[in-house]
Design a protein around this ligand. Structure first.
Ligand code: SER
Length: 808
């Protein structure tokens, strides 16, 4: 049964029982500060449950996407590790608002599951709240469930609450026994059970009997009416009905998983190796639905949850060797799987893709160096410490953009912990510092003169940063037109807290001199502290005055014009600083082509943003430097072991305190030292190989025209034995060589000689006759492996006597 049909059958079943189809709500709850995301189908009816609102119907049904990544219901950590939890899942639900209660809820759930979906009765279990005997009796009386499958549980499992406060009540859940094969904890002694530790039994449907409101103080208030709130996991039901090994092979996920396989070239597996595929497929659904509802990745609230999820997704993409934006390419597959029911998704495809791509590009700039830095931190943990220090977790967060849960995840992968308290101390210290900084640059200015429009900059740190970048963009456009010419027109622009990006028409790359000139002109305008004013005026007047407008953009009759002295005038509805000095400083960080005739400049505004960026760059260089330093140290050690002279590391002590430029220079020096070291080591190795060959030949016993050498080594593999024999035979072709080695738990033999009447393969046969193992080869060279190490010496002694007599 296709997922679409499963969903449809659910809805139709309850419509036939007089339920109204209630359109699913957005993933951002409306007017409910107790929730970050819609976490259950009942959220939109909270007011009805609490007696504060009504609907024109008393029974409702739908399917609702729910996000569970924060607050009371958070499944993030389980995603990908198991195959049944998701950050976003679809909940089939039916509701009664003071209408029917336990009896109908139980009866219809049983009927739908066993008769419509045909789930096997013998595999179904019903759980009830420990004191809810009424539900227990109903299960026995009105269904034909096996009475031994009715089980009681306490608050943790059978008392459902929406959030810290709000509607709640005892619940009765239906669980499915998927069979012993689904137990994923076989190595842990346990008995598989409902609500147990393994994946054999899973919850499919939760029937909540809402009768209380949880108060702030923790107490329960009786509600005026009793309600039913049910939720069934669509993905899990579909997995069962489609006979798939897990949710990820159902038609709800398959298009996404397939696309990941195509893009990465790495096939999906349902074991632990498939975790990156699963995490990415899960996360892209949340990103798609979140952004479709206008949540944009940002530094706080819902936006930060999306940012964390996206960055987590990219970290897993990196595990599939992907270092370019990839997540945005999966949006189409999410829409293929779910766009027919959630029909607003296809219309928002381009928007969702653009938002994700630009966010991916931003993070990928620091991901690789962040991972490198993380590795350096791990390598430098002292005294067997198993904890990433708070300072380092903060540096990863602040400089490399690693959300704390990403750092925790990477730490967990290595069996380490993160000092979260230390991290928070650092974070709070930084917040306090930036609050002071904002006070110093308080831009909560008085209204400015033209049109009396209040400037919109507030104490909010992020808004100030945005405003700086926005006004900076206007200054940049004016400077570009002044220096490059009037043909410069905006073709795209992104104003962010962290940077600005401006795309414009121009035919060739800008020279370093032009870039410096543009930067200086913008900085001069900042120093001039020109007032930034806003005025409403008719569109025609604005055009007459020469205000810059966007090509092809439709404007209202009355428009807002932002003017910066006589330097810049643009139609714009955005947030700006009151006067240019609030921008503090402007710095171009890149210039590139994005299409024929279109260039892109990325720039930063604000002392703090710029120094933050410089520090991040410095840290990237430092991470690379430290990695190279480690290589040199390892080479030094190897060289010393070989009797060579290590290179001095004295100049490299203080890299931590140096500027980016100095670190780059030092890294270059290190690279040349690495080359030197590698050459020395290679020379030494060649030299010592030559010594070994000479020594061994010296040990050979001359017999007739031949020299017999029988020798055994420790831990030489077959490749090493062969290379050695190549050197020996080429320096003395009269050698008859029989070499043995114990490598790990087996013995190897190699025979080599130039004597047609004494084939090497025969020698090997003699050896394996005694020591076991398998082998063979040609007349002049043969080999064997898998022999018994304890028989090696006996076998070699035997062949010594055989050959001594055959050669003489
Ligand atoms: N609100 C309940 C749950 O989320 C039933 O839908 O489990």
């Amino acid at each position: 049964m296709k997922s679409q049909e499963v969903r449809q059958k659910f809805i139709e079943f309850f419509q036939q029982k007089d339920h109204e189809f209630a359109a699913p709500s957005p993933v951002v709850p409306q007017n409910d500060p107790s929730l970050l995301f819609t976490n259950a189908g009942m959220n939109q009816f909270k007011d009805v449950f609490l007696g504060a609102g009504t609907r024109p119907y008393t029974r409702a049904v739908n399917s609702q996407v729910c996000i569970r990544v924060s607050g009371k219901h958070n499944d993030l950590e389980d995603v990908g590790l198991d195959t049944t939890h998701h950050t976003l899942f679809e909940m089939l639900g039916n509701w009664s608002f003071g209408d029917y209660y336990k009896r109908e809820a139980i009866q219809w759930a049983w009927e739908l599951f066993t008769q419509v979906y045909g789930l096997p009765k013998a595999a179904l279990y019903a759980t009830i709240y420990e004191t809810d005997d009424e539900s227990g009796e109903l299960w026995k009386k009105i269904t034909d469930i096996n009475p031994a499958h009715i089980l009681k549980f306490g608050n943790k499992d059978n008392f459902w609450e929406m959030a810290q406060t709000g509607p709640c009540g005892p619940c009765s859940e239906i669980h499915l026994d998927r069979g012993a094969d689904h137990c994923d904890k076989k190595e842990t002694p346990h008995t598989c059970s409902v609500n147990g530790i393994c994946a054999r039994y899973i919850e499919l449907w939760n029937l909540v009997f809402i009768q209380y409101e949880r108060q702030e103080d923790g107490s329960l208030l009786d509600l005026p009416q009793k309600h039913v709130d049910t939720g069934a996991g669509l993905e899990r039901i579909v997995a069962y009905l489609q006979h798939t090994a897990s949710n990820y092979e159902t038609d709800l996920f398959e298009p996404i998983i397939k696309k990941i396989e195509t893009l990465t070239g790495i096939p999906y597996s349902d074991g632990i190796q498939g975790m990156p595929h699963r995490v990415i497929a899960d996360h892209i659904r949340t990103l798609t639905f979140g952004i479709a509802d206008n949540i944009l990745p940002s530094n706080d609230g819902r936006g930060y949850v999306l940012r964390r999820i996206l960055r987590r997704g990219l970290r897993y993409a990196q595990k599939l060797n992907i270092t370019q934006p990839i997540l945005y390419k999966l949006v189409g597959s999410v829409i293929d799987a779910m766009g027919s029911y959630y029909d607003y998704l296809p219309k928002r495809k381009d928007f969702i893709e653009n938002v994700i791509k630009s966010e991916e590009e931003g993070f990928l700039k620091t991901l690789t160096s962040g991972v490198l830095h993380f590795q350096n931190v791990v390598d430098s943990l002292v005294n067997n410490s198993d904890t990433i220090p708070g300072k380092e977790a903060f540096k990863l967060y602040d400089t490399f953009g690693f959300p704390i849960d990403l750092t925790e995840l990477m730490a967990r992968e290595r069996g380490l912990k993160v000092d979260l308290a230390g991290f928070r101390t650092e974070l709070n210290a930084q917040r306090a510092q930036s609050r002071n900084h904002i006070k110093l640059h308080n831009c909560d200015a008085k209204d400015v003169p033209i049109g009396g429009e209040a400037r919109i900059v507030t104490h909010d740190e992020d808004r100030l940063k945005m405003a700086r970048h926005h006004t900076g963009t206007h200054l940049l456009q004016a400077a570009l037109r002044q220096i490059l010419g009037e043909h410069v027109y905006q073709s795209g622009s992104l104003v962010d807290v962290a940077r600005l990006r401006f795309d414009f028409s121009h035919f060739k790359s800008l020279s370093p001199e032009q870039l410096t000139e543009i930067e200086s002109l913008v900085n001069a305008k900042i120093e001039d502290n020109i007032a930034v004013t806003a005025a409403q005026m008719p569109l025609d007047d604005a055009k007459k005055k020469g205000a810059m407008a966007l090509f092809g953009e439709k404007y209202d009759d009355v428009v807002r014009v932002i003017q910066i002295g006589d330097f810049s005038m643009e139609l714009c509805g955005g947030t700006h600083v009151p006067s240019t000095a609030a921008i503090e400083k402007f710095r171009i960080i890149s210039e590139s082509a994005i299409a024929a005739g279109t260039r892109r400049i990325e720039a930063l505004c604000g002392e703090e943003t710029i120094s933050h960026y410089q520090e991040a760059e410095r840290q990237k260089h430092l991470a690379l430097f430290n990695q190279k330093l480690k290589t040199v140290k390892a080479l030094n050690q190897e060289n010393t072991t070989l009797g060579g002279t290590p290179v001095s590391l004295a100049d490299f002590d203080k890299a931590d305190t140096l500027t980016s430029e100095d670190i780059i220079t030092l890294t270059e020096t290190l690279l040349s030292r690495i080359k030197q070291q590698e050459k020395q080591i290679a020379d030494k190795k060649n030299h010592s190989a030559a010594d070994t060959v000479r020594d061994l030949i010296g040990k050979a016993t001359p017999i007739g025209n031949h020299k017999l050498l029988i020798h055994s080594f420790d831990q030489y593999d077959m490749g090493m034995l062969r290379t050695l024999s190549d050197h020996m035979i080429s320096s003395d072709p009269s050698l008859v060589l029989v070499l043995g080695s114990v490598k790990d738990d087996q013995a190897l033999f190699l025979a080599r000689l130039k004597k047609p009447d004494l084939p090497a393969a025969d020698i090997i046969k003699e050896l394996t006759g005694i020591a076991g193992g398998k082998g063979g080869g040609r007349a002049d060279m043969a080999q064997a492996g898998g022999a018994d190490p304890s028989k090696l010496d006996t076998a070699l002694r035997h062949i010594d006597s055989v050959l001594s007599s055959r050669l003489s």
